[in-house]
Design a protein around this ligand. Structure first.
Ligand code: PLP
Length: 399
């Protein structure tokens, strides 16, 4: 019998999981051992050293591979194309090692500040990478730039952090294929519940698992997931050779968080949609950027590519431009209570932040301003508290 494939809600809980063979434990134990006994030199149970092989990390990696639908079997790759790292940036840094010195990365212009910093301030110097930033939300610009710079890797992020631009993932895959470039999508903001880059033909999906996958703001981590066997082989080598692996405690926490991802995403999306609509009625707010609003420039594209169970769903992130400048933004941010003024996103609790001073301070000022990351811009990560309570908090801060 070939059972019907499970829905994503079930795969969050069961994907890549099986009871522990030693005890039957339903949840994977935290295997802390750094090393494993060998009967004779080179004769062992498939586990040698925990940087290379860790049962708890493998359980998370198989779960991530399952959630992103790599389609690889354990015979093709031990963790089916899923790889977990010590942070999102460690995952990005390892991914860039797929390139040779002097090669070209074409990168979305508005990306997480740390991605921009790693490319411009580290890898340009240490790896001689050529970095070309392009506004990929304009598909024609994406095609033109690829034609001009002939990239070996295309790095897209969608929706972007923090201006929530949306990139056509099908187009990135098509352009990548046409130029023989490895395509990567940072899927952190959407999560595998809303957006399916591998199914669109993207080569590698990256996540900061610190965000929605972990979901509780209590663990830092990152992952790379691929459906290409050749890339899985290279990433397995790189993960071990570079060594920035996720530890077993963190893997356990992330796996625990991922079990409720689908149900959390549902609430994040419903609440953010209501709050975004309410924000459009507030006199203190100049503009609201949310892919679920008809006013968003790529709303139609977002409705096509961000879906939960086939229904458009736009995630939990909202960006607003306030009237006024830094003084007005500061006053508003100091007055919120339920929204915590803090970096990061994607947790059960609502967070609010000022990208120009906080998460994107590492992006050079001129570039930041060109991207529209102004002093009036505030980013909200809508948690899963009661929506009315969240609106009441924002209302009292505006008042
Ligand atoms: C979209 C995106 N990608 C990557 C990262 C980096 O992840 P980490 O902070 O886990 O290193 C972040 C962190 O905020 C992010 O928002």
């Amino acid at each position: 019998m070939n059972p019907k494939p499970l829905h994503l809600e079930s795969r969050c809980i069961h994907g890549g999981q099986r009871p522990d063979p030693t005890t039957g434990a339903v949840m994977p134990p935290i295997y802390t051992s750094s090393t494993f006994i060998q009967e004779s030199p080179g004769v062992h149970k498939g586990f040698e050293y925990s940087r290379s092989h860790n049962v708890t990390r493998f359980a998370l990696e198989r779960c991530l591979a399952n959630l992103e639908s790599t389609g690889l079997t354990e015979e093709e790759d031990r963790t089916q194309g899923g790889f977990a790292f010590a942070s999102g940036l460690a995952a990005i840094a390892t991914c860039l090692e797929l390139l040779d010195a002097g090669q070209t990365v074409m990168c979305m212009d508005d990306v997480y500040g740390g991605t921009n910093r790693l490319l411009q301030r580290v890898r340009q110097r240490s790896q001689g990478l050529k970095v070309v930033f392009v506004d990929m939300s304009d598909t024609a610009a994406l095609e033109r730039a690829a034609q001009a710079c002939k990239p070996q890797m295309i790095w897209a992020e969608t929706p972007t952090n923090p201006t929530l631009k949306v990139v056509d993932i099908d187009a990135v895959a098509r352009v990548g294929r046409a130029h023989g470039a490895i395509t990567v999508v940072d899927n952190t903001f959407a999560s595998p519940i809303l957006q399916r880059p591998l199914e669109c033909g993207i080569d590698i999906v990256m996540h900061s698992t610190t965000k929605y996958l972990g979901g509780h703001s209590d663990v830092i981590g990152g992952c790379l997931v691929t459906s290409r066997r050749d890339l899985a082989e290279k990433l397995r080598f790189m993960q071990n050779a570079i060594g920035s692996v996720m530890g077993p405690f963190d893997a356990y926490l992330t796996l625990r968080g991922a079990k409720t991802l689908a149900i959390r995403m549902k609430q994040h999306c419903e609440s953010a949609q209501k709050i975004a609509q309410w924000l459009t009625t507030q006199p203190a707010v100049k503009t609201v950027v949310y892919p679920g609003l008809a006013s968003h420039p790529q709303h139609a594209l977002a409705a096509r590519q961000m879906r939960m169970n086939g229904v458009p769903a736009f995630g939990g992130m909202i960006t607003i431009h306030l009237h006024g400048g830094i003084a007005e933004s500061r006053k508003f941010l100091e007055r919120v209570h339920l929204f915590a003024l803090a970096e990061s996103l994607g947790g059960v609790e609502s967070l609010i932040e000022h990208p120009a001073i906080m998460t994107h301070a590492s992006v050079p000022t001129a570039e930041r301003e060109a991207l529209g990351i102004m002093d009036s811009l505030v980013r909200l990560s809508v948690g899963i508290e009661n929506t009315e309570d969240l609106i009441a908090d924002l209302a009292q801060a505006f008042a």
